[in-house]
Design a protein. Structure first.
Length: 63
């Protein structure tokens, strides 16, 4: 059975994987994000966030 990646060495395969990871980390975010402490804002307000906005709840203000 032939290798899936043809004639790539292990080092080249690892380098490609690292490069792919860096590219994935550099991609633009899905949209603006509202950071809030859990339970600080009413759920109804969070549901009414416009278009690309999304909320993310943090455990405490220092996070």
């Amino acid at each position: 059975m032939a290798p899936v990646f043809g004639s790539l060495s292990r080092r080249q395969l690892l380098q490609l994987g690292a490069a792919a990871g860096l590219l994935a980390a550099c991609r633009p975010a899905d949209g603006p994000e509202l950071l809030q402490v859990e339970g600080e804002l009413p759920a109804a307000w969070l549901k009414q966030l416009p278009g690309p906005w999304r909320s993310r709840a943090l455990a405490n203000p220092a996070a």
